[in-house]
Design a protein around this ligand. Structure first.
Ligand SMILES: CC(C)(COP(=O)(O)OP(=O)(O)OC[C@H]1O[C@@H](n2cnc3c(N)ncnc32)[C@H](O)[C@@H]1OP(=O)(O)O)[C@@H](O)C(=O)NCCC(=O)NCCS
Length: 334
């Protein structure tokens, strides 16, 4: 029998957390290219806290008593984003019905009239297409081995004179210091909402509280999110580039946002930030053999910038809008 059960941190046992963690690691290693792993205890703690703060709902999918996959529903910051990954061998009509029912229940509980579902494996992509034909954004995934970029090339664009010419200064931090948290969250939120994309109805909400929680988790796990920031003469951040490196997987860098506020654009500052970050990775993190990054396929400036640095496009994904109505129709409930 196939069933979906929602995780309640108060009753989910240590053995269940352990099974879920092992399954997630396995499925992530197959399907999520930007995975930044954390140790089991931190995983349990951060997932429980996110559920309790109403940022996340998790449904575990069981075949009889065996965990075979999960559906995660991210609220707030990621605009009701759904992620579901299941062991391929268990895919069937019954499993599709089970996933659609779990998602419908989740949306009804939250009174949501839409969510975004990005398929991460061929089987879920096929299911999403059966449920909805409402496309949202598509994402382009890039990768680069830093050894393939020459120092001379990086120095040409990461030239300190560019920064001096615009009366800017830089700071580089492993953990964003307390006095910068509000400013970093504010600028990050502006930049992510300013990303070029097909579907501008999709908004994001990144807060200082969330950044604080991320920093606390990173400090505990040894994972790092390095921030390279540009400050103007009034000591305000006008641009930044962020990368995440996991203590468990030090050879992979997840390049997150690089952005410059609108009044600073077109001066080579984003290129400076990305090249300088790349230079630091090459020189200071010698274990790294791959940098991966993702942006919307409509974000032509960032795609051009990535390509000009030698990043290779290796995958594209589509997000779809899911509504309770289309789930009900798929399930034959109306
Ligand atoms: C994308 C973004 C970072 C570019 O910042 P910028 O400081 O203006 O970029 P630069 O001046 O350093 O330009 C670097 C390269 O980007 C590309 N680029 C920049 N603006 C572009 C535009 N309007 N159209 C096409 N390509 C563009 C070019 O390849 C350019 O190199 P070139 O000048 O040698 O041709 C900026 O628009 C931004 O912050 N957007 C919002 C955040 C975002 O989308 N970040 C990416 C998601 S991770």
């Amino acid at each position: 029998m196939i069933k979906a059960e929602q995780v309640n941190p108060e009753t989910f046992t240590d053995a269940q957390w352990q099974q879920y963690y092992a399954l997630r690691e396995l499925l992530y290693s197959r399907y999520d290219d930007l995975f930044v792993p954390v140790p089991l205890d931190a995983f349990k703690e951060s997932n429980s806290a996110s559920i309790q703060k109403n940022r996340l709902a998790i449904y575990i999918i069981y075949h009889n008593d065996k965990m075979i996959g999960y559906l995660r529903y991210y609220l707030q910051a990621q605009n009701n984003m759904v992620q579901a990954i299941i062991l391929e061998e268990y895919f069937s009509g019954k499993l599709e019905t089970c996933l659609a029912n779990a998602l419908l229940k989740c949306m009804e509980n939250k009174f949501h009239y839409k969510c975004i579902w990005r398929g991460t494996q061929p089987e879920t992509i096929s299911l999403i297409r059966k449920i909805s034909d409402l496309k949202s954004n598509s994402a382009a995934w890039f990768r680069l081995n830093p050894a393939n970029v020459s120092d001379a090339e990086l120095l040409e664009f990461a030239n300190p004179e560019i920064i001096a010419k615009h009366n800017l200064r830089t700071e580089f931090h492993k953990y964003v210091p307390d006095n910068l948290i509000e400013n970093v969250a504010e600028v990050a939120n502006i930049l992510i909402n300013d990303m070029k994309r097909e579907d501008i109805h999709l908004g994001f909400n990144f807060t200082a509280e969330q950044l604080r929680d991320d920093i606390a988790l990173n400090k505990k796990t040894g994972n790092a999110t390095y921030h390279l920031m540009l400050f103007d003469e009034e000591n305000k951040i006008i641009g930044m580039s962020v990368v995440a490196i996991s203590a468990k997987l030090p050879q992979l860098v997840n390049q997150r946002i690089t952005g410059v506020l609108s009044h600073g654009r077109g001066k080579g500052l984003a290129k400076w930030l990305k090249c300088e970050m790349l230079r630091k990775i090459k020189n200071d993190f010698t274990d790294v053999n791959q940098i991966k990054t993702e942006c919307f396929t409509a974000n032509e400036p960032m795609i051009n910038l990535n390509k000009s640095l030698g990043f290779e496009l290796y995958r594209t994904d589509y997000d779809y809008y899911i509504t309770p109505e289309c789930l009900r129709e798929f399930l034959g409930l109306r």
